[in-house]
Ligand binder design. Structure first.
Ligand SMILES: N[C@@H]1[C@@H](O)[C@H](O)[C@@H](COP(=O)(O)O)O[C@@H]1O
Length: 260
């Protein structure tokens, strides 16, 4: 696990660099897209590179991490619509190139199984962007999630619904109670995981992710078992890291050939 502590705009550039390098080497790459505020600056940077530097997504495909259950198709907070607005519509991803779990399916269990198959059929995710919840969730894998889980229905915690109420007129009652989410094992199958976190509100979750014992109580800690994880955090999110000085020194002295 590589930990990079840098100002927010720089972490966004580092993540965008990784995606650009992948797409230039493998135009048909499979990307994993996350919602939430953490990756927004990365999406802005990718859209800018698409507009100004000719970065193309035309042959790429993308899979979303999760989706609320039951939000109407046109609801602006439906993750499908959020991803369309924040990234898909701003670059040249082909129609149908982005897939997500179907939170409006009549048979949600079958929709989860179909989603797992779709990811497998695409050859798996090359690079997965991730945020992290204040309780250490990734995608919507709440505390207590099986470390071996696959895409399934989950009940959101009160904490996550309160955190996300800001997207629903600050009214927690409007936040759906259930979601479909890639499981922890699904996420672990991606070849490179790039997690972004900003602000002191994420400091405890980031500390647990990087330095805590692996535990379903902090689901993101499962990433300690992944061979290729990049954690990009600003000073606030890094403020509880015990080895912060070491991570800073390591990154400052990193040889260029080492890559990300
Ligand atoms: N399901 C999403 C996650 O994918 C996201 O990483 C996390 C943090 O969100 P934010 O980046 O807005 O802090 O919570 C949401 O509930």
């Amino acid at each position: 696990m590589e930990v990079v502590i840098a100002p927010g705009p720089e972490t966004a550039r580092i993540a965008a660099d990784a995606i650009e390098k992948l797409l230039r080497a493998r135009p048909q790459a499979v990307l994993g897209l996350a919602t939430g505020s953490s990756p927004l600056a990365v999406y802005d940077e990718l859209a800018r590179r698409h507009d100004e530097d000719g970065l193309s997504f035309a042959h790429a495909r993308a899979f979303m991490l999760d989706e609320y259950v039951g939000l109407p198709a046109e609801h602006p907070e439906r993750y499908r619509n959020v991803i369309e607005k924040e990234i898909a519509s701003r670059v040249d991803l082909a129609p149908g190139a982005v897939q997500g779990p179907d939170g409006l399916a009549d048979d949600l269990v079958a929709a989860c199984a179909a989603y797992e198959r779709a990811i497998l059929d695409a050859g798996g995710v090359d690079l997965q962007i991730l945020g992290i919840g204040t309780d250490g969730h990734i995608a919507f894998n709440e505390p207590g999630s099986s470390l071996a889980s696959r895409t399934r229905i989950k009940t959101l915690t009160r904490q996550t619904r309160e955190d996300n109420a800001r997207f629903f007129d600050d009214d927690v009652a409007q936040v759906p109670t259930h979601c479909l989410t890639q499981g922890l094992a699904t996420i672990m199958s991606a070849r490179h995981l790039v997690l972004l976190a900003q602000g002191r509100g994420k400091a405890e979750a980031v500390h647990q992710l990087v330095e805590g014992p692996v535990s379903a109580m902090w689901p993101a800690t499962v990433l300690q078992h992944h061979p290729h994880v990049t954690v990009l955090v600003d000073d606030g999110a890094a403020s509880r890291l015990q080895l912060a000085d070491y991570y800073r020194e390591t990154y400052a002295a990193k040889p260029g050939w080492q890559g990300l």
